[in-house]
Design a protein around this ligand. Structure first.
Ligand SMILES: [Zn+2]
Length: 115
């Protein structure tokens, strides 16, 4: 059941459905209120709610007006080279994670070309 269907299901038995939390973009406190009007249409006030997977994300009205797409909500794995292999850093042992913190990033203007 997606978010719209679960809200519809909740509104069949309750007068309103409210989501409380913090805006995903600006972290301000937000309450999104869903009600049904006289024409049987769902009215959403206070912002927006998203459920791309299991977790529900909220956006305040200002952030929703600025950008109505939910961004940067997916976890990402960081891969780096450890003992000669590219491996996700989350799988490294404690010692290698400590060593990783000490690594320094260098930028070079040198162009690498196939020989
Ligand atoms: Zn916001």
């Amino acid at each position: 059941m997606n978010l719209k269907e679960s809200i519809q299901h909740e509104l069949d038995t309750h007068k309103e459905v409210a989501f409380e939390g913090y805006c995903h973009d600006c972290s301000t406190r937000v309450q999104v209120l869903c009600t049904v009007n006289a024409e049987n249409k769902i009215i959403i006030e206070g912002g927006a709610a998203y459920k791309p997977r299991e977790q529900i994300y909220l956006k305040c009205d200002a952030c929703f007006t600025k950008d109505n797409t939910l961004r940067n909500y997916q976890e990402c794995s960081v891969y780096s080279r450890v003992v000669g292999y590219l491996r996700p850093a989350e799988n490294w042992n404690k010692g290698k994670l400590e060593e990783w913190k000490m690594r320094k990033e260098y930028k070079t203007d040198k162009k690498w070309e196939k020989t």
